[in-house]
Design a protein around this ligand. Structure first.
Ligand SMILES: [Zn+2]
Length: 53
């Protein structure tokens, strides 16, 4: 079982696919599936959002 890197909540990887981005159900951190065998996640990189000025 994999844990959320932010809050250590258990991450359910059922039906997750490589590269999928999903929010942690506990802390809401966006997580990206970094590998499936074995399953691991990393905080999803914050895409270059246009913050505007
Ligand atoms: Zn979390």
């Amino acid at each position: 079982m994999t844990e959320c890197p932010e809050c250590a909540a258990r991450v359910d990887h059922h039906d997750k696919i490589l590269g999928e981005v999903f929010p942690c159900r506990d802390c809401g951190t966006e997580l990206e599936v970094a590998a499936t065998e074995p399953f691991s996640v990393q905080p999803a990189p914050r895409e270059a959002e246009d913050w505007g000025e």
